[in-house]
Design a protein around this ligand. Sequence first.
Ligand code: CAA
Length: 295
Amino acid sequence: KRPAGAPDKDLARKVTKVGIIGAGLMASQFAILFVRRLQVPVVITDLDQARVDKGLGYIRDEIGTLEQKGRIDADEANRLRALVTGTTDKADFADCDWVIEAVFEDLAVKQQVFAEVEPFLSETAVIATNTSSLSVEQIGAKLAHPERVVGFHFFNPVAVMPLLEIVKAPATDDETLATAFAVAAKLKKSAVLTADAPGFVVNRLLAKVMGEAARAVDEGTPVPVVEKALAPIGLPMGPFELIDLVGWAVAAHVQDTMVREFPERFYSSENLHALAKLGGPVVEKDKHGKVTDLS
Ligand code: CAA
């Protein structure tokens, strides 16, 4: 069944090579998902070779974990590893028909990385942004072909969370949108089309929860109490554990965007921002990075 708002799937373009801008944790998780589900070459890039190598190391290790868990066999693991390459040369993106960024959550940075790569791409290559709250229209505004820019917003952990927000900017054309839905289906994600509005849908709601949780702590309620208070309404993790999962800097940026766009509706916690500047609080975690003690 065609998802609500998705154009005719016959308009979708074929994706034979994927380019990923960024080689951090999120970008590396994209690389694993794309190579596994699309079975096409995936190239990652970052500011320097050291960052690229770190990303490639993580990707190779995680493919090893998939093999250990029995999700893929040794031949598949080797094939997937061989399909993922790294580069610092944007010319290696020339034959990519799908490019996605997972760089710092800042409008100017996202505009710049796309402006740098666009001259190397074919006119029909899709340019997808994983922005969590910025305007997709503005991210594409300085490009020669903004009609092939689309929001493609994943959730942490990328491999596990089933949802994907596809964001249509006013300029996004039907071919781009159809390709985005086709790629989402191949990635086995459940895609929903959202308006190009601040925070889209999920982060607009999450920013409210996170902001009110931070406000409760600022008012004097201890963190563990706030964490436990939300369990009975069915959230799989408390708001601060969730902030830790998505990253304190990302959470602070989403909060900033929402406060900037809707100052009367969202709460900005100075404590949350101070912690984000420090890279988050020092908390005990198990070997999977799960917080064991937030007190
Ligand atoms: N990173 C990668 N994989 C992880 C992980 C992590 N941090 N945590 C768990 N997993 C994997 C495990 O390895 C396991 O995979 P396998 O099945 O392959 O073995 C799988 O997830 C299930 O793990 P658990 O049995 O430990 O599951 P759990 O019941 O503790 O659930 C959870 C873990 C899925 C993370 C769950 O707590 C959850 O859904 N939390 C809420 C997450 C959420 O709301 N994410 C959205 C954040 S907002 C965002 O990302 C958008 C943004 O722009 C900021």
